[in-house]
Design a protein around this ligand. Structure first.
Ligand SMILES: Cc1ncc(COP(=O)(O)O)c(C=O)c1O
Length: 408
């Protein structure tokens, strides 16, 4: 057997980094020196307007949310020091999970330290050999990896992919599944509610109809839809006028609209949640959500339920910002969501444009490979209820300036 020496590994790694640098694709981490809000302070720069956080409702720096975290720290200390089933379940977890279940109007919910973990728990735990998981091709990486993990753990568990938000393609997969003798168990369909890179909205009514026709269960990861979509921010199903019970399982994050700290959850039937408590590997072998976060997320959801006008403001901001982007000469992928992608194709160009915008005082991230496929690089503008009109005008002005430089 030939192996490489540690020094060879170091030089291989350096070569990869060098080639990213040379092709203009090396990401630079910006150091934020204050709270996440409509504006942020970046090290070495003045305050800039932030258009790349997931702080959709402006709750990350909300006084009540911060106070709830302080109270959590005072009451429960710095950490749980345990996984949930040993001695890591605190009453603040119970409260938060009841709140999430109430928010959706479902039987039960269970939290994880991230939605990534939730997606790594749901498929290996709930799916069995003979089941088939059918996934939208643009689903989030955590769904893709969760399914890969499940299939590698459970021999005989099958997977398929349908074309993005294309119900004809989904139907084709379902028809094939019916004819496949290896599919003997449950068929699962999984989709993002709002797609994180395109900002478009899953056609949930049509997908639900296909679930009913073919006897499949529906999982929706609504990380970018929760707090954003629907009149009261319940999510993408509310946007479509659907009841929460028409979605079999939700996965979602506490790291975006719901306070922005971290954490994720699965919400749905009591039995499935009970099974996740027993068998979900991320929860059996990894520490519980910190109590400070359980307390701040609980408060964030309470504020959202109390103040649906935040969702209304976000919606108005989205419409205003989208019109502003179009008026600057750039075109944005059409949608009603708070994710506004401007496609520029080339990764190096997206990164250069993002840097230029930062010099103009607005923080917009440029995404390229491997976050999106090669040739699909983009600027992703994200709108928040924390933005005021002058912030949104600053975005339009900066984009106009960029356009006048003939960049993009
Ligand atoms: C659709 C979707 N699912 C899951 C995640 C992961 O969430 P978390 O940061 O809680 O792990 C994200 C984050 O970007 C996401 O967009």
């Amino acid at each position: 057997m030939t192996t490489i020496a540690p020094s060879t590994f170091q030089s291989r790694t350096q070569q990869i980094l060098d080639s990213l640098q040379q092709s203009g694709q090396l990401k630079q981490l910006q150091m934020i020196e204050g709270p996440m809000d409509a504006t942020v302070r970046i090290r070495g720069r003045a305050e800039v307007v932030c258009f790349c956080s997931n702080n959709y409702l402006g709750l990350a720096n909300h006084p009540e949310v911060i106070e709830a975290a302080h109270e959590g720290l005072r009451r429960y200390g710095a950490g749980t020091a345990s996984v949930r089933f040993i001695c890591g379940t605190f009453d603040c977890h119970e409260r938060l999970e009841a709140r999430i279940a109430e928010f959706y109007g479902v039987e039960a919910a269970y939290t994880f330290t991230s939605c990534w973990n939730a997606n790594e728990a749901i498929f290996p735990t709930l799916c069995e050999p003979g089941d088939l998981i059918i996934s939208d091709e643009f689903n989030h990486a955590s769904i893709i990896d969760g399914i890969r993990l499940a299939v590698s753990i459970k021999k005989g568990l099958l997977r398929g992919v349908y074309r993005h938000n294309d119900c004809a393609s989904l139907r084709e997969k379902l028809v094939q599944a019916r004819a496949n003798p290896e599919v003997t168990g449950t068929i699962w369909i999984v989709t993002d509610g709002v797609f994180s890179m395109e900002g478009d909205i899953a056609d949930l009514p049509h997908i639900r109809a296909l679930c009913d026709e073919f006897g499949a269960l529906l999982i929706v990861d609504d990380s970018h839809g929760t707090g954003v979509m629907g009149a009261t921010g319940r999510g993408t199903h509310e946007h479509w006028g659907m009841a929460a019970t028409q979605i079999d399982y939700f996965t979602g994050t506490l790291g975006k609209a719901l306070g922005g700290a971290a954490g994720g959850y699965i919400a749905g039937s009591r039995a499935a949640i009970d099974l996740l408590v027993q068998r979900g590997r991320p929860t059996l072998f990894s520490n519980a959500l910190p109590c400070t976060v359980a307390c701040s997320a609980d408060k964030a959801i309470e504020v959202l339920m109390r103040e649906p006008q935040r969702v209304t403001k976000l919606r108005a901001n989205v419409a205003y910002a989208r019109a502003g982007i179009e008026s600057s000469g750039f075109s944005v992928l059409k949608s009603e969501t708070a994710i506004c992608p401007i496609i520029v194709h080339d990764t190096a160009k997206a990164i250069a444009m993002s840097r230029q915008l930062l010099d103009f005082g607005v923080f917009v991230i440029g995404f390229g490979y491997p976050v999106v496929p090669e040739g699909h690089a983009r600027l992703r503008v994200q709108i928040s209820a924390a933005h005021e009109t002058h912030h949104l005008d600053a975005l339009t002005a900066a984009l106009k300036k960029l356009k006048s430089l003939n960049v993009g």
